[in-house]
Write a new protein. Structure first.
Length: 440
C-alpha cells in the first residue's frame, strides 16, 4: 500500500504487505548488548582476539563486521587485503541445516526452485527457496555431501523452522536439524596457494561449487570453492566446530603467514561489485526472484512440483506479457558523491529528477559502496520498472557526509550488473554467456 505517514516518503509499495522502512534515521549512537539471547559462534572469541570491534546479528548469531578501525583505514584497508592477498572470514553465522534420510532428494527438490536431482554428490549449488507466493525465503549454498544428505548453508533467515514446518506429519522420510558445522571463508587471489598448503595440490583443481573432504590440524572438514566476494575463494566447513574451532583457526592463521593472510569482515564492497545479493538487504520474503535478477533460478524445464512453482510460473507469464506483477525492480547504479566507505544505515532515496528531493522519491538504494577499481560509488537499488533501462538517469539523496553539496542529490545512472567480472563467474553470468535465462 502507499504509505502516507508524514515522516515516511511516499513511495509506491502497493505490491508489499509490509513496506520497506524508508525513514532516514542516519547513524544511531547505540551500543550492542552482548548477552545469551543471541548465540556466540565457536569462533567469536577468536574474532575478538583478531581485533573485531563491531558486529551485527545474523541468523540469531553475533556477526563480526569490522576489524580494522577507521583511523587505520577501516573497511577499505580490509578490501585491499581481499583483492591483493588473502583473507580469513568468520562466517559461522551461515548456519548449517542438514536434511538426511531416504527422502532427502525428494524433500530438497520440493523446497528449492532448481532441480535437486541434477546435483551430483560432492557438489554444491547456489539456490533459492520460496514461499507459496513466490517470495524469496533464503538463498543458501546447498551442499550435497552424500546421496541421502544435503546441507543448507544459510543466508539470514530462520529457514530451519520453515523446513521442519514443511515436513510436519513426516510427509518426507527425512531428518531435519541444525548441525555443529561452522564455516570460515578463505578469499582472495592468494587463497589457492594457502589452500594448497593446507590440503595439497588437489584443491587447486576443485571446480567452482566443487566439494572436497579433508582435515585441518586433524579435524574433519568439507571444503567448497565458493564465497561471498567475487574473488577466488573457498569455504572450510568444520565438523564438531564447538570442539575444534581453535585448532582450525590457529592452523589457518599459521599457514597464512607466508601469504599475508588478514582476518577481515565479509567484504560487501566486493560482493556488490560482483552483483552478489544479501538477503534482508537486497531482497526478502516479499521479493519475487524476477525482481532481484534471480529469474534464472526459476527453471523452465523442472517437471517436479515445488513450493512457489505456480506463483512463479504465473509471474513469468505476466512478465512475458508485458505486465509485471510488481512495481519495482533491482538495478545496478553508478553514482556521484564522495566515496562511500562504510555500511549504509538507511535505504537512501532515489528520485527521478534533480529537484525531486527527499519528498518525492521513486525508489531506494539497498547496497552502496565505493569501488576503487571503477573510481566511483556503485550501488544496487529498487526503481520503478519503467526506470530500469541501462543508461536511465536518476538522482540519489545521499547523507551530507557523502553528498557533493549538502541537501542536494547526486547523479546516478542505471548500469549492467555485475559491475566488474568475477574471478569465477556466477551462474547468472555463465547462463548469460550461453544465451540462457534459467538454470536447470
Amino acid at each position: 500500500m502507499q504509505n502516507t505517514h508524514p515522516n515516511v516518503p511516499s513511495i509506491d509499495q502497493q505490491d508489499r504487505t509490509v513496506p520497506i522502512n524508508l525513514r532516514q534515521s542516519g547513524p544511531t549512537p547505540v551500543q550492542m548488548l552482548i548477552d545469551t539471547r543471541v548465540r556466540k559462534s565457536p569462533y567469536w572469541h577468536l574474532s575478538m582476539e583478531a581485533g573485531c570491534w563491531r558486529a551485527s546479528v545474523y541468523n540469531r548469531m553475533y556477526h563480526p563486521r569490522g576489524y580494522v578501525r577507521p583511523e587505520d583505514g577501516g573497511m577499505m584497508a580490509e578490501y585491499d587485503s581481499l583483492v591483493n592477498h588473502v583473507t580469513l572470514w568468520n562466517v559461522a553465522v551461515e548456519r548449517q541445516i542438514r536434511v538426511q534420510g531416504p527422502g532427502a532428494e525428494d524433500f530438497v527438490n520440493f523446497v528449492i526452485t532448481r532441480d535437486a536431482t541434477r546435483i551430483p554428490v560432492m557438489q554444491a549449488r547456489y539456490v533459492i527457496l520460496c514461499n507459496e507466493d513466490g517470495g524469496i525465503l533464503n538463498d543458501p549454498v546447498l551442499l550435497r555431501v552424500a546421496e541421502d544428505e544435503f546441507w543448507f548453508s544459510l543466508s539470514d533467515s530462520d529457514l530451519l523452522f520453515w523446513l521442519q514446518g514443511v515436513n510436519v506429519g513426516r510427509r518426507f522420510d527425512v531428518d531435519i536439524r541444525e548441525i555443529d558445522v561452522s564455516p570460515v571463508q578463505i578469499q582472495g587471489p592468494k587463497s589457492v596457494d594457502l589452500m594448497a598448503d593446507l590440503f595439497g595440490p588437489a584443491v587447486a583443481e576443485l571446480p567452482p561449487y566443487g566439494l572436497l573432504a579433508g582435515d585441518v590440524g586433524g579435524c574433519p572438514v568439507i571444503v567448497s570453492q565458493t564465497g561471498f566476494s567475487g574473488e577466488k575463494g573457498y569455504e572450510i566447513y568444520l565438523k564438531d566446530s564447538t570442539l575444534h574451532a581453535e585448532t582450525l583457526w590457529t592452523t589457518v592463521l599459521e599457514a597464512g603467514k607466508p601469504h599475508q593472510l588478514a582476518v577481515v569482515a565479509p567484504a560487501h564492497h566486493r560482493r556488490i561489485a560482483a552483483g552478489i545479493l544479501s538477503w534482508g538487504q537486497d531482497m526478502d520474503q516479499e521479493t519475487l526472484p524476477f525482481q532481484a535478477n534471480l529469474g534464472y533460478q526459476v527453471p523452465r524445464q523442472k517437471a517436479a512440483d515445488y513450493i512457489g512453482k505456480a506463483a512463479l510460473e504465473e509471474a513469468r507469464r505476466q512478465l512475458e506479457a508485458g505486465t509485471p506483477p510488481y512495481t519495482h525492480q533491482l538495478v545496478g547504479l553508478r553514482l556521484g558523491g564522495k566515496p562511500i566507505e562504510d555500511y549504509a544505515p538507511d535505504f537512501w532515496l532515489i528520485s527521478a529528477t534533480h529537484d525531486g528531493g527527499p519528498g518525492k522519491p521513486v525508489g531506494y538504494v539497498t547496497s552502496p559502496w565505493f569501488s576503487p577499481e571503477l573510481g566511483q560509488n556503485i550501488a544496487m537499488g529498487y526503481v520503478p520498472v519503467d526506470f530500469t533501462g541501462v543508461g536511465t538517469q536518476l538522482w540519489v539523496q545521499l547523507p551530507d557526509e557523502y553528498s557533493d553539496l549538502p541537501g542536494s542529490p547526486v547523479a546516478a545512472e542505471v548500469v549492467e550488473v555485475p559491475f566488474r567480472p568475477s574471478v569465477n563467474p556466477n551462474q547468472r553470468e555463465i547462463l548469460r554467456q550461453r544465451g540462457l535465462d534459467a538454470a536447470v
